[in-house]
Design a protein around this ligand. Structure first.
Ligand SMILES: *Cc1c(COP(=O)(O)O)cnc(C)c1O
Length: 337
């Protein structure tokens, strides 16, 4: 494929030749192996179908400047997926085996890893789900762990664009619930809110904390970043926010590469109009700038509705680190070959 063809890919499922599958039965994980089979045959009463016992992860593999295939901090995804599994009463997949499976899937599908210089990537989707039949409500006794890969294009085609958000009247995650883990059920219940926001012309929802509706949580799939007028990075802290790998990396990059102080603390929604810049972060886009937030007809505008300069510098720096153009902190780049 040409560079243009790689970049023109959307964010959609494309079947690649190999995926890794390991099953849990009789109280243990089997060794697991690569397979060509993308279809799964499930019992009609499988725990995933009846009670949504499933969690997932997402990360990207790509070619760095030195020509080697890398993945960005997959050890944090391995750890987070184990946390997600435990929160859903599922057996955690061993973190070292997770990393080994990541390597195997990328190596087996290496023709789908874009070359250096495109904004495309081979997206990896680890997922775990209850395959065992249940009828009474209880954890299943059989599970499947799977990692498949799908090539995806640049998130922003034709340049970074500032998003417009709206404050949602729905909640994303309950206090002491599953907001801090990557459970499929969090996404299921955000779909209606997302569809309604899209129908009203907004890109995403801003969710407030469910208990008091006064603090900023996150969107359906990305954490918030704010920049104060005196150039500090502020990120919302809450026990019901998903700990984004990108956000944690950006906080480090802000402090250690750009000498921008980074504060993680509760952010009252009332403080939001005082920030100079706003953005969202996650694996897919690294940082998506936010130009506007609509709060029930009242509009909050950042940087005249354009991408903020501090956040764009932060984005460029992290992307440079990911691609091996700027030296990475120890252990951030996971070499596949
Ligand atoms: C996956 C996810 C993110 C982003 O996390 P990254 O590790 O940076 O990709 C943020 N919020 C939610 C709710 C998520 O599910």
């Amino acid at each position: 494929m040409t560079k243009e063809e790689w970049n023109s890919l959307g964010f959609a499922y494309t079947r690649t030749p190999y995926r890794f599958v390991a099953r849990w039965a009789d109280g243990k994980w089997e060794e697991g192996k690569l397979t060509e089979s993308a279809e799964i045959v499930l019992n009609e009463s499988a725990g995933v179908l009846q009670y949504a016992q499933t969690c997932f992860e997402g990360m990207k593999a790509y070619t760095a400047k030195d020509g080697r295939i890398v993945c960005f901090r997959p050890d944090l995804n391995a750890e987070r997926m184990a946390d997600s599994a435990r929160a859903l009463a599922m057996p955690a997949y061993p973190e070292d085996k997770f990393l080994d499976a990541v390597k195997q899937v990328i190596a087996a599908n290496r023709e789908f890893v874009p070359p250096y210089g495109t904004d495309a990537a081979l997206y990896l989707r680890p997922a775990m789900f209850a395959t065992g039949a249940v009828l009474g409500v209880k954890p299943a006794t059989e599970y499947e762990f799977r990692i498949f890969a799908s090539p995806v294009g640049a998130y922003f085609k034709g340049g970074v664009r500032a998003l417009s958000l709206c404050v949602s009247d729905f909640d994303r995650a309950a206090p002491h619930g599953t907001g801090n883990v990557k459970a499929g059920l969090n996404y299921a219940m955000s779909m209606r809110a997302g569809a309604e926001a899209h129908a009203r012309g907004f890109d995403e929802n801003l969710y407030l904390d469910a208990a008091t509706r006064t603090y900023v949580e996150e969107t359906g799939g990305a954490n918030f970043l704010f920049v104060t007028r005196d150039k500090k990075l502020v990120t919302p802290k809450s026990a019901t926010i998903l700990p984004s790998v990108t956000r944690r990396s950006l906080e480090y990059v802000a402090e250690h590469y750009l000498h921008i102080p980074a504060e993680e603390r509760p952010v009252p929604f009332a403080e939001v109009p005082s920030f100079a810049e706003c953005g969202l972060c996650g694996t897919a886009a690294v940082i998506s700038p936010v130009g506007k937030i609509d709060d029930h007809g009242k509009e909050i505008v950042f940087s005249d509705g354009n991408p903020g300069q501090v956040l764009m510098k932060l984005r460029e720096t992290l992307v440079g680190i990911q691609h091996g153009e700027i030296p990475a902190p120890e252990g951030w780049l996971f070499y596949v070959d």
